[in-house]
Write a protein that binds this ligand. Structure first.
Ligand SMILES: [Ca+2]
Length: 285
């Protein structure tokens, strides 16, 4: 390469050099298997005619604990929930295992997993507060968005079921036990997620268990900036482009061999995002 030293003059090289890497801020993943000695401070409780019991030991999907929502009889409607409010609207997927204690029981409580934005419904998965059997109402799981609601084709059973809500920029979808029960347009972030047990005051006192909650934020938009080089030289001539990460090292590295098809010729250094600074030169081969 040193033999080409003089040929540098034939090329008016240089350009670029200032670039950076920007990744949009995102919430971190959150997983709760409810195996701690105290409830994770991630959660806030709302308890009307009932309470959040932690640790819940009636049954567990993982380990030996879950979180249990319990309603009691009083003159007030029943409403117990465990929620998390995000400090900013977010896209992502929330999932939780719920043991459907009201399946095949004629009178119970509503069980929900839901996501809201400024207290407006984005999406929720629902069990009714009754299950009167096939064709009699309440025997299937239900879904609801801000725009529509309907029955899924999934029959309720007294077992652990995986409820999942995925609110992303390009789609909103819900699934139960991995089966998609709703899919529609996206663009609806949420700022709160909740699990709840509720019903009118005259429904029986009830219990439900939730376990293994997972929140996975949408990775968001990844924006990168690259260094671009404008090479001016002789068309048809082959040049070698070299780079240096530290101007004081003089340890020029091979980057690419380019034959100019036009002048100026634009070259994009797609590896440049890994460096905080980079210097370039080009020489006739
Ligand atoms: Ca557990």
């Amino acid at each position: 390469m040193k033999s080409h030293k003089t040929s540098i003059k034939t090329l008016t090289n240089v350009v670029a050099i200032c670039f950076g890497l920007i990744i949009s801020a995102a919430h971190a993943d959150f997983v709760d298997n409810f195996e701690g000695t105290t409830l994770n401070p991630f959660w806030s409780k709302s308890e009307q005619s009932g309470s959040v019991v932690f640790p819940g030991t009636t049954r567990a999907h993982s380990g030996s604990q879950s979180v249990e929502l319990v309603t009691t009889n009083s003159a007030l409607d029943k409403s117990v929930s465990l929620s998390h409010a995000f400090n900013a609207p977010t896209y992502g997927t929330i999932s939780v295992w719920v043991f459907d204690t009201g399946a095949d029981v004629s009178s119970g409580n509503y069980i929900y997993l839901y996501a809201t934005y400024t207290n407006n419904m984005v999406a929720r998965l629902i069990t009714y507060d009754y299950d009167l059997g096939p064709g009699q109402g309440g025997s299937f799981y239900y879904y609801e968005t801000g725009q529509q609601a309907g029955a899924t084709a999934i029959d309720r059973t007294q077992a652990w079921h995986l409820f999942s809500i995925s609110a992303l920029p390009g789609s909103l979808s819900m699934s139960i036990d991995g089966v998609v029960v709703y899919s529609g347009p996206g663009g609806q972030p949420f700022d709160t997620i909740s699990m709840s047990l509720s019903g009118p005051y005259w429904r029986p006192a009830w219990k439900v268990q939730f376990d293994d909650l997972k929140f996975v934020p949408d990775p968001g938009l990844d924006v990168k900036m690259y260094a671009g080089l404008n090479l001016s030289g002789s068309i048809g001539t082959a040049y070698e482009i070299q780079y240096l990460n530290n101007i004081r090292s003089n340890n020029w590295q091979h980057l690419a061999d380019i034959t100019l098809t036009n002048s100026p010729y634009f070259y994009l250094d797609t590896n440049s995002t890994s460096a905080s600074m980079r210097f370039y030169r080009a020489m006739v081969k």
